[in-house]
Design a protein around this ligand. Structure first.
Ligand SMILES: Cc1ncc(COP(=O)(O)O)c(C=O)c1O
Length: 365
């Protein structure tokens, strides 16, 4: 029995009739960019997160970048980032013209270590990017306190954390502004690219509405040097529909994760993910760690089982950042994580027999 890493088609086929109706509705509307579907979704998603505003954009990377532009963070500024994050928020910082300042994560949770941030703050620091990696939020209270002390913006990268909670508040409503990706494989995924920004800051939201649309609110009148990054009507219609069942899908993910956690707890050669109390993990990914990753890769390949590595190379060692002159050993915790992580298959609707097969194999190995 071959097992995929993720079965997106199966997830979306659950909604096939309603998705077709969404398509018909958008087709019939004759309005395909920035119409009612986008504004309806924005309102619904802001409410879901508990935030005042949502601005739909083209993808998650643009969401991160536009937040920086919205706060006029750019050349000469520094932005704190995690050393082990997905590269998108480093790219957003450099795209805006600012400098990413990496901070090591907590090995136990893979999220940025609040204790290590203060020593990296300088006069040029403007913001702290906080990625909620794999579906569990970072420890936000100490980060928010630091940000208040130094007047910094806290920007969430919530691309992997739709519906995750930190002491009963949802990701997307924990910092000054939050970036979401609706890439098809995300917990709330479109059928193409999509992104969104949530915030309680009315003036930021107003700037973002212009920045995503050539810097313009009134056709052919340009207030700002903006971009073209709009969530499209069709994706917004799909996302509004799928948002209705996001919590149910997250619960399905949680059940599978709990099954893995209980069945694998005595397998000594792997480190299981650590779900913290008062944090509602939404299990975007189920990431284990092992010092024998090559053996595990062989085993999964031989048995035709899906897996992915999130991520094999930390941003500071990517060729893309060779001009920052980092070398191996600069961020040992991030490097260890990137060397040892291994993501097991997990998706809503994954058959229990699939989990059982993976568990059996890991136990026997
Ligand atoms: C943590 C994180 N940030 C940002 C992004 C970028 O999102 P997108 O692919 O929609 O640009 C992703 C998506 O892969 C992500 O996982």
């Amino acid at each position: 029995m071959s097992i995929p890493f993720l079965n997106l088609k199966e997830i979306n086929l659950r909604y096939q009739n309603e998705l077709r109706q969404c398509f018909e509705r958008v087709l019939d509307s004759g309005l395909y960019i920035l119409g009612k579907e986008v504004s309806n979704f924005e309102e619904k998603f802001a409410k879901y997160c508990g935030a005042g505003y949502c601005v739909g954009v083209g993808n998650g990377m643009d969401a991160l970048h536009l937040i920086l532009r919205g706060y006029q963070i750019g050349k000469g500024d520094e932005v704190i980032v995690a050393s082990n994050t997905y590269i998108a928020n480093w790219l957003a910082v450099t795209y805006a013209g600012a400098l990413p300042i990496p901070v090591e994560p907590v090995l136990d949770t893979y999220n940025i270590n609040p204790q290590l941030i203060e020593e990296k703050i300088t006069k040029r620091t403007k913001a702290i990017f906080v990625t909620h990696l794999y579906g569990q939020t970072a420890d936000m209270n100490p980060i928010i306190n630091l940000a208040k002390k130094y007047s910094l913006k806290v920007i969430e990268d919530a691309a992997q954390a739709h519906g995750a909670k930190y002491f009963s508040r949802k990701a997307g409503n924990l910092g000054d502004a939050s970036a979401f990706s609706f890439y098809p494989g995300k917990n709330l995924g479109a059928l193409g690219d999509g992104g969104g920004i949530t915030t309680n800051d009315a003036s930021l939201a107003e700037r973002l509405l212009m920045l995503r649309n050539y810097g313009s609110n009134i056709k052919y009148v340009n207030e700002l040097q903006g971009f073209n990054s709009r969530l499209d009507e069709l994706q917004a219609a799909f996302l509004s529909l799928k948002l209705n069942t996001l919590d149910a899908l997250n619960n399905e993910r949680t059940k599978i994760a709990e099954f893995y956690l209980s069945e694998l707890r005595n397998v000594n050669s792997i480190v299981l993910p650590n779900k913290l109390e008062n944090f509602d993990h939404v299990w975007h990914l189920f990431v284990i760690r092992t010092q024998n990753r090559d053996q595990l890769i062989d085993l999964f390949n031989k048995n035709d089982l899906g897996y992915l590595i999130h991520y094999p190379i930390p941003p500071h060692l990517q060729n893309a950042y060779k001009d920052l002159h980092f070398v191996e050993g600069d961020f040992p915790i991030a490097e260890k994580i990137h060397r040892e992580v291994f993501s097991l298959p997990l998706w809503p609707g994954m058959p229990p027999a699939h989990c059982e097969k993976i568990i059996k194999l890991l136990k026997s190995a």
